[in-house]
Design a protein around this ligand. Structure first.
Ligand SMILES: Cc1cc2nc3c(=O)[nH]c(=O)nc-3n(C[C@H](O)[C@H](O)[C@H](O)COP(=O)(O)OP(=O)(O)OC[C@H]3O[C@@H](n4cnc5c(N)ncnc54)[C@H](O)[C@@H]3O)c2cc1C
Ligand SMILES: Cc1cc2nc3c(=O)[nH]c(=O)nc-3n(C[C@H](O)[C@H](O)[C@H](O)COP(=O)(O)O)c2cc1C
Length: 458
């Protein structure tokens, strides 16, 4: 042990700084939870005097924010009809809460291949492994999904089956929503009217698209062996809304032959302070070479100055942590879009480490000048990139994760949060397996359950 008083002073100072940091993180977490509770209580209070007894519990399991949006709209519809409502995420739901509730509405999406959203991981592990006694509960379930996946509404059906096996009584048959289909949402709305006794449909159709103007479009990877990727910027026509790093834009497709082909989602690559919404969009091609509907239109057909309909959606599960928390950002291809928004929002306090994979260094080192500037400013503490088509490299981003196992463990032990953005197939599964190898499956699961491991993959 050292007797040098200066060393002791340094050690005590470092310890005090560390304790202060922990206190700030805990305080911020508590403040965020209290704000969510306050929002929820406002609805619970709204109907409390209406003689409806206990507030209806509204629980949402959401991966990209749509189920959460519908949960708040459901709460508003109930409270407008005089029925109190309390909104919780599956991340904060447990069996005790369900046991103590007489009516619940569950709004549940499916991700991956029939998988639960990440925020529901703890509930699945702790609650759904065995049946519970929920004989006092009546429930309604809105299952969000997409019929192009093999297991349509897979997690919604799993929740429905578990509730029924646990003795809960359905108020009505599960309402399935295929890709945001308006008719199914109207059916849900009708069921809400049965609960409130209201005869008029509340005005809660999903918010209309806002007009945005294309102001810039650049091909960022000319000569790449991969598909063309474009950096696009849109300005709001009017006063721009607020959004946060991690949020998603829903772009409405123009009508074709009298049919509205729906919408496509894109990770936002910029911040409100940029004054514009930016994307990195890959031109997709069908097997016959025809361009993808949305990516073809946005990157080829839409003229500069042209307007599109778009709305921005809060994607809370991919929002960044407190400034002081270090971030490990992992992604491939256009996945750098969502990670770039986080880098823009970062300060040097927590800093970030980016692990990124693409095809060639010469053509696909997306946003290279910005990354170098963030390295110089200290926002980016470390940058690991690999290029699968470069002779002498040939690695994928999961190989970078595997090679950096020791340092990753060190960052995670120091409180870092992990954010993954990009391809669902290949990349996100490979990265998940590499993280499990590096950190241990239990640590990875706990991080997922605690919201310290977020994924925006598609
Ligand atoms: C949360 C989220 C974030 C996203 N972020 C981004 C992003 O930042 N950047 C980005 O580029 N993309 C992103 N995407 C993907 C994007 O939403 C679109 O899926 C993508 O642009 C392709 O849409 P498209 O309309 O051009 O293609 P579509 O016309 O819908 O076709 C998509 C692909 O499906 C296949 N396909 C479709 N129809 C057929 C058929 N009849 N036969 C055979 N194959 C077929 C083809 O391979 C085709 O390339 C994101 C998706 C999600 C869910
Ligand atoms: C990567 C990804 C995987 C998906 N997997 C499925 C699936 O297996 N089954 C399904 O019915 N829907 C699937 N969907 C569709 C979503 O459930 C649907 O888009 C839903 O509206 C998303 O709601 P959320 O934003 O609340 O997560 C998937 C969507 C994405 C982006």
């Amino acid at each position: 042990m050292t007797a040098d008083p200066q060393r002791w002073l340094w050690a005590v100072g470092a310890l005090a700084l560390w304790l202060a940091l922990i206190a700030v993180i805990v305080w911020r977490e508590r403040r965020a939870r209290a704000a969510a509770r306050a929002r929820s209580d406002a609805f619970a209070g709204a109907g409390a005097g209406a003689g409806e007894g206990q507030a209806v519990l509204i629980a949402f399991a959401s991966q990209t924010g749509f189920a959460e949006e519908l949960a708040w709209m459901t709460a508003r519809a109930l409270s407008d009809g005089g029925v109190g409502a309390r909104v919780v995420s599956f991340a904060d739901l447990d069996v005790q809460t369900l046991k103590a509730t007489d009516r619940a509405l569950l709004i549940v999406s499916t991700t991956g291949e029939g998988d639960p959203p990440d925020s529901a991981a703890r509930f699945v592990r702790k609650a759904m492994g065995e049946t519970a006694d929920l004989s006092g509960l009546r429930f309604g379930l809105l299952a969000l999904g997409d019929r192009s996946y093999d297991q349509f509404c897979g997690f919604g059906h799993a929740v429905d089956g578990w509730l029924r096996r646990s003795g809960a009584e359905p108020l009505f048959d599960t309402v399935e929503v295929d890709n945001g289909e308006a008719g199914a949402v109207r059916h849900w709305q009708h069921q809400l009217n049965q609960i409130t006794g209201s005869v008029t449909a509340p005005d809660w159709t999903p918010p209309a698209y806002d007009p945005w103007r294309l102001v810039e479009r650049t091909l960022v990877n000319p000569g790449s062996p991969g598909g063309e990727a474009y950096h696009l910027a849109f300005e709001f026509v009017g006063a721009a809304p607020e959004w946060s790093a991690g949020d998603i834009a829903e772009v409405g497709l123009p009508e074709r032959d009298g049919v509205t082909p729906g919408s496509r989602e894109y990770s936002i690559a910029s911040l409100p302070s940029d004054g514009r919404v930016e994307f990195l969009i890959r031109l997709m091609r069908h097997p016959d070479g025809a361009p993808g509907l949305a990516s073809g239109w946005l990157t080829q057909d839409l003229a500069l100055g042209g307007e599109i309909g778009m709305r921005l959606r809060t994607n809370r599960s991919f929002h960044g942590p407190a400034d002081e928390t270090p971030m490990i950002l992992i992604g491939n291809g256009t996945g750098i879009a969502g990670l770039r928004a986080h880098l823009k929002a970062r300060t040097a306090a927590g800093g970030a480490w980016l692990l990124f994979g693409e095809r060639t260094q010469a053509h696909d080192a997306f946003f290279d000048a910005e990354l170098q500037a963030w390295l110089a400013s200290g926002v980016l503490r470390r940058l690991d990139r690999c290029f699968s088509r470069d002779p002498g490299d040939g690695r994928y981003v999961q190989d970078l994760v595997a090679a950096a196992s020791d340092d990753l463990r060190d960052w995670v032990e120091r409180g870092a949060a992990i954010y993954v953005c990009g391809s669902l197939e290949g990349m996100s599964q490979g990265v998940h397996a590499a993280l499990e190898n590096a950190l241990g499956a239990d640590v990875v699961l706990t991080m997922l359950e605690d919201g310290r491991y977020g994924r925006d993959v598609y």
